[in-house]
Ligand binder design. Structure first.
Ligand code: 5GP
Length: 597
């Protein structure tokens, strides 16, 4: 059946005249609104004003033009043996077979920087109503929302207009058109009206300075804008700061629940350089951690431990604390080079100290401990939209139930460290492994291109293992007794010790390095390092996937590893278990892969 009646009402009038002419030439009657009707009429094409069709004039400067039962009855009428048609005719209406609408240019008006009232006036009401009605009734009606479709629609006219499948696809496009239109309105209103956690925060730039504009906001939901899980108390966070904060907060929140202890993390580039729970600090570690004579609260101790896993990497870190930050923790942070912090709260004096840090630009975020994000998460990459269910199940003691080695016993402290290491790598860019000891990560290997099925996973174990070595060798008597000159700063001492341990200085670097000492230190030889490493024991290792070969266990054995947790499920499981048995390790298979990207 040929199309009998079409309603055209468009803001973007490109291609309109040709389209209207094609429709009219095929015998279709045209109905149209003010400006659209004018353009059609001026081209000499017959057109009926909608106001004539409805018997009701456009009112309120065009706010109400097509919102009329004759129009919407005409669009929504079903082919149901004349039942709907009879009702329609009883109000003086007639069926409409094609609706061609595009909407008031809301986004373009906003982009021009128009005043609030102008933007509001550019919210189309009648247009989306017709588009949605026609899309809903696509069983009978064709809906056209963009000029790019005019030509293909004209081509179908000789055979009665777009066939059923094409009408369904046009309807899909129409709903997508109104959905994006309404999203743009809601996001604009969120930006205009909401402040704080439900508002929109403009970021200086994205990942890089050339990535502008950049912003962050709570998700829009059926209940309105969702609050973000944090509030900015001080500073202007950047894109990477917030990625760090949100990952680090999840880590400490999960860790504190799993262990019942205050938890802290020190993040760099969206992976933890360190993470820890509270565990008493032995006196011999105090000089190594540069905190002799300091009274530290439990929370401060947890942060100190997280920071001291890899103090070189933690320089300029983003900190997360599961607890309310106390004075002791704030005083510790005061002297560290750090970018910002997210925590469950702040004692007033602690907040005062942090607000004064970095000339007032230190980023202080207050997390909402009760916040739980939706179970589904979404992101876009290169114009592609991804959805997945969030890794919402917490890592718990059940991951340690399946002990696969001959040695079965896991002490409470081993269990704590195995939970810590797993939770830390759960929020580390994969591939990752992590070593922990005494409630503290002592080596995190992040973002390795290693394939879980190939030998290269061992690279990650080696990389994190080198960090463990550096961490432990900082306790070597020769490192502890380096004769620093008076006035060498704390971070310089930390850096100098690490370079001494690494021992790979160029002659030029060495010349500068040695000026920091009263007398030239004797080198730390490879054999001295190896001897000392033999005294390291009780270390825990967690992997974010299975070990595909025994080599990772061999490497781990030289870093004092006694406890291992991995996903298991490799063809090489038997070989890996045999290796763990040879080194008298206790290993659990968690059945849980922990990749994170
Ligand atoms: P025209 O240029 O024809 O006067 O207006 C076309 C625009 O009006 C289209 O963008 C269409 O979506 C919109 N429109 C159609 N009917 C109504 C209505 O009843 N109220 C409002 N506010 N806009 C409408």
């Amino acid at each position: 059946m040929p199309l009998k009646r079409a309603l055209l009402s468009v803001s973007d009038k490109s291609g309109l005249v040709d389209f209207a002419k094609g429709l009219a030439d095929s015998g279709c009657e045209l109905l149209s609104t003010g400006g659209t009707a004018k353009a059609i009429r001026e081209a000499g094409i017959p057109v009926i004003d909608v106001s004539e069709f409805t018997g009701s004039p456009e009112i309120m400067d065009g706010r109400v033009k097509t919102l009329h039962p004759r129009v919407h009855g005409g669009i929504l009428m079903r082919d149901n043996d004349g039942l709907d048609l009879a009702q329609l005719e009883s109000i003086g209406g007639a069926p409409i077979d094609l609706v061609c609408v595009n909407l008031y240019p809301f986004s373009a008006t906003v982009a021009k920087g128009a005043p609030f009232a102008d933007c509001i006036e550019n919210i189309d009401i009648g247009g989306p109503t017709m588009v949605r009605a026609a899309a809903k009734n696509h069983a009978r009606v064709a809906v056209v929302v963009e000029p790019a479709d005019y030509a293909s629609i004209l081509a179908t006219l000789p055979s009665g207009g777009p066939p059923a499948e094409a009408r369904a696809m046009l309807a899909l496009k129409a709903f997508s058109h109104t959905a994006t239109y309404d999203t743009a309105i809601a996001e604009w209103m969120q930006a205009q009206l909401c402040k704080g956690k439900t508002g929109v925060t403009t970021l200086k730039y994205g990942c890089n300075p050339q990535q502008k504009p950049a912003s962050v906001r709570g998700l829009l939901s059926p209940q309105g804008p969702m609050p973000m899980p944090f509030e900015v108390l001080c500073g202007t966070p950047g894109f990477i700061n917030l990625l760090d904060a949100l990952n680090a907060w999840q880590l400490v929140r999960e860790l504190a629940v799993a262990t019942g202890l205050p938890a802290a993390a020190s993040f760099k580039h969206v992976s933890p350089a360190g993470a820890a729970v509270y565990a008493e600090l032995p006196d011999e570690l105090r000089p190594v951690y540069e905190c002799v004579g300091k009274t530290l609260s439990k929370t401060a101790t947890a942060y100190l431990r997280s920071r001291q896993a890899d103090p070189l990497c933690s320089f300029g870190d983003f900190v997360a604390i599961s607890e309310v930050v106390d004075l002791s923790t704030a005083e510790l942070l005061k002297i560290e080079v750090s970018d910002g912090i997210i925590a469950a709260g702040y004692e007033p004096e602690a907040l005062e100290i942090l607000r004064a840090k970095k000339g007032g630009s230190y980023i202080v975020l207050q997390a909402d401990p009760a916040y739980d994000p939706p179970l589904e998460e979404q992101r876009t990459v290169f114009g592609t939209s991804f959805r997945q269910s969030r890794a919402a199940d917490p890592v718990g003691l059940a991951t340690l139930d399946n002990v696969v080695t001959q040695k079965k016993e896991l002490s409470d402290s081993a269990k704590r460290d195995l939970l810590l290491a797993q939770i830390a790598i759960k929020y580390t860019q994969s591939n990752s492994v992590g070593y922990a000891k005494d409630g503290q990560m002592i080596g995190v290997g992040a973002g390795q291109q290693a394939c879980a099925r190939r030998r290269s996973r061992v690279d990650c174990v080696k990389l994190a293992g080198r960090k463990v070595e550096t961490w432990y060798l900082r306790q070597h008597p020769k490192v502890r007794s380096l004769p620093f000159k008076e006035g060498v700063k704390r971070q310089e001492r930390i850096n100098a010790r690490v370079r001494y341990i690494e021992g790979d200085m160029t002659p030029i670097e060495y010349k500068q390095w040695v000026t920091q000492f009263e007398s030239e230190p004797e080198p730390l030889s490879t054999s001295e390092k190896a001897e000392f490493m033999k005294t390291l024991d009780g270390v825990t290792l967690a992997s974010d996937a299975f070990f595909p070969f025994r080599d990772s266990i061999d490497v781990a054995s030289s870093r004092g590893v006694a406890y291992v947790v991995a996903a298991g499920g490799s063809k090489a499981d038997a070989e890996v278990i045999a290796a763990a048995d040879e080194y008298s390790m206790t290993m659990a298979f968690s059945g849980l892969r922990l990749f994170h990207h």
